[in-house]
Design a protein around this ligand. Structure first.
Ligand code: ZN
Length: 402
């Protein structure tokens, strides 16, 4: 069977065509794969996803490159009869998006070679952006932005992009950006005066069609530099999302958008200072509260004072402050608890000469609360999710000393 004639090789902007059905096979998915004598559909390959569209009234969900049978068009619905002529139509918005990302990648990859001699190892089109893995030593924001600037200048110079076919011998004498992936005749994509690369993908007619390239983020990955970029309509969509987020944050500060980061940093600093100040005030309040609790819980017949109390709205740190203020008094045991909507907290502390193993008591109490905790014989902390058993857990611990 003759291989499919690939119309997208000679014209990346052809979106309507007619072709004859040469074969059809059932897929395990329950859909049908249709083969045509010619097609404008680009199949998945080279980091570029497949086109979608229609064959007559049937949706083309995906196209697959089959070495032996040519391009398989996976369609939803009733397959056309063998030998009939069908009308194909490519989803242009998706094709344009792929043209922009793919051509953008040629330009950005060449920019990194021109400036830093950093070749590209891999290219992936993601949902909202694209990724390239570069052999770029010592990446920084400044280095990457220099390449982005060169790439955008090449885009705005609106250079011509041409396709030519050469033999392997001719190719060997040309300054190709990357080695050809296959032998025999080669399809070369030339960006006038900038880049020459063997490639089977779909490209813009001129660089201006790519619109713009932006880098969203980058990271070191497996010895390479992984750069996430967006071109064309994806760059615009990304700008809209970023602007929306930045304006929402600015709105919280009633500030101009570009002042928001500075204000957020200042607020975090202030928050840290406030936190320190609250802790200092809590320590003072804890001493006053401890005095009141000592009056409320006098020593028992054995001379031991057991303070058992649930205090409202305290975190573990605040409970510990009160407990430690209590046990500065001799023969004192503090069994304190607190809770919010989600969990109960406990702190058990005793003064040095008071009896009891706080660690053991805490483990038992935490079992009652269905939680966990522990510590030393003189100080233990813990908590659990059964808030309704908090009073019972404290009473059980207190009974040890009666
Ligand atoms: Zn390409």
């Amino acid at each position: 069977m003759p291989a499919t004639e690939r119309l997208y090789y000679s014209d990346s902007h052809l979106i309507e065509f007619e072709a004859r059905v040469t074969d059809k096979t059932d897929r395990v998915s329950g859909w049908t794969a249709v083969t045509l004598d010619r097609t404008a559909f680009y199949p998945t390959g080279g980091g570029q996803p497949s086109d979608t569209g229609t064959l007559d009234d049937n949706r083309v969900l995906e196209c697959i490159d089959d070495e032996e049978n040519g391009v398989l068009h996976v369609i939803q619905g009733r397959a056309p009869e063998l030998g009939t002529i069908v009308r194909g139509r490519i989803d242009w918005a998706r094709r344009l998006d792929h043209i922009q990302q793919h051509t953008g990648q040629h330009i950005l990859s060449q920019a990194f070679i021109t400036l830093f001699n950093a070749p590209t190892h891999a290219f992936r089109v993601l949902t909202d952006a694209c990724e390239i893995d570069l052999e770029l030593k010592n990446p920084t924001n400044e280095v990457i932005e220099r390449a982005v600037e060169l790439a955008n200048n090449v885009i705005w110079e609106d250079r011509e992009i041409t396709i030519k076919t050469v033999t392997a011998e001719e190719a060997a004498r040309l300054p190709l950006r990357k080695d050809p992936a296959r032998a025999g005749e080669l399809r070369l994509i030339e960006i006038q005066g900038f880049d020459l690369t063997p490639c089977g993908g779909t490209h813009a007619y001129r660089t201006g069609e790519v619109g713009m390239i932006v880098v969203r983020t980058w990271e070191r990955a497996k010895g390479l530099t992984r750069i996430e970029f967006a071109a064309g309509t994806r760059a615009l969509a990304d700008y809209r999302r970023a602007n929306k987020t930045a304006r929402a944050v600015a709105g919280l500060f009633s500030s101009a958008r570009d002042d928001a980061a500075k204000l957020a940093a200042r607020m975090l600093e202030e928050n840290k200072d406030l936190h320190r100040r609250v802790r200092a005030l809590e320590a003072i309040a804890a001493r006053v509260e401890a005095e009141e609790l000592l009056a409320e819980f006098p020593p028992g017949a054995t001379g031991i004072r057991v303070v058992t109390k649930i205090l409202a709205d305290r975190d573990a740190e605040a409970l510990k402050h009160v407990a430690q203020a209590l046990v500065t008094h001799p023969h004192t045991i503090a069994l304190l608890g607190s809770s919010d909507k989600e969990s109960a907290r406990l702190v058990f502390v005793r003064s040095a000469e008071a009896p009891g193993d706080m660690n053991t008591l805490m483990r038992e109490a935490c079992a009652t609360l269905d939680g966990r905790g522990g510590g030393r014989p003189d100080l233990a902390q813990g908590g659990g999710k059964h808030i309704e058993h908090l009073a019972e857990a404290l009473e059980t611990a207190a009974r040890t000393f009666s």
